[in-house]
Design a protein around this ligand. Structure first.
Ligand code: FES
Length: 132
């Protein structure tokens, strides 16, 4: 009898722990997927091919000899918005990090490069569409 109770308790405990762990994993996946869905919005802006660096709300358009890149304007240190460029470097106003025009971290505290964003350019209508 005692052994049977022990076995039943063990089974119930194991099932409960398994249920909690499974729920935590599913919750994490749902939140991660929701963040991706929420964060991927399209923004269309007029595209100026004569400007090397232009700052927009959530992104920075870099145009070096018609080689276009779109970088997130969020600093990889703590997320401040980068709104300044000088001497071909992007400067974070919060703690002094700077990045080259490819988004690579040059001066810390930020260590990671700026996120490169997907974009399309319609050269006929001069519209650049970015997924942020
Ligand atoms: S948030 Fe950019 S350097 Fe800290």
């Amino acid at each position: 009898m005692n052994k049977e109770v022990h076995t039943r308790r063990y089974f119930i405990k194991s099932a409960f722990i398994g249920l909690i762990a499974g729920s935590a994993v599913l919750w994490g996946k749902m939140v991660s997927r929701q963040k991706t869905i929420i964060s991927k919005k399209k923004h269309s802006i007029p595209y100026n091919p004569n400007k090397e660096v232009s700052f927009h709300d959530e992104f920075i358009v870099i145009n070096q000899d018609n080689n276009i890149q779109v970088l997130s304007s969020r600093c990889t240190h703590l997320g401040c918005k980068i709104i300044n460029e000088s001497e071909s470097k992007l400067h974070c106003p919060c703690h002094g990090s700077s990045f080259d025009l490819d988004g690579n971290a040059l001066v810390g505290p930020a260590l990671r490069p700026l996120e490169k964003l997907d974009f399309e350019v319609d050269r006929n209508s001069s519209v650049l569409t970015v997924q942020v």
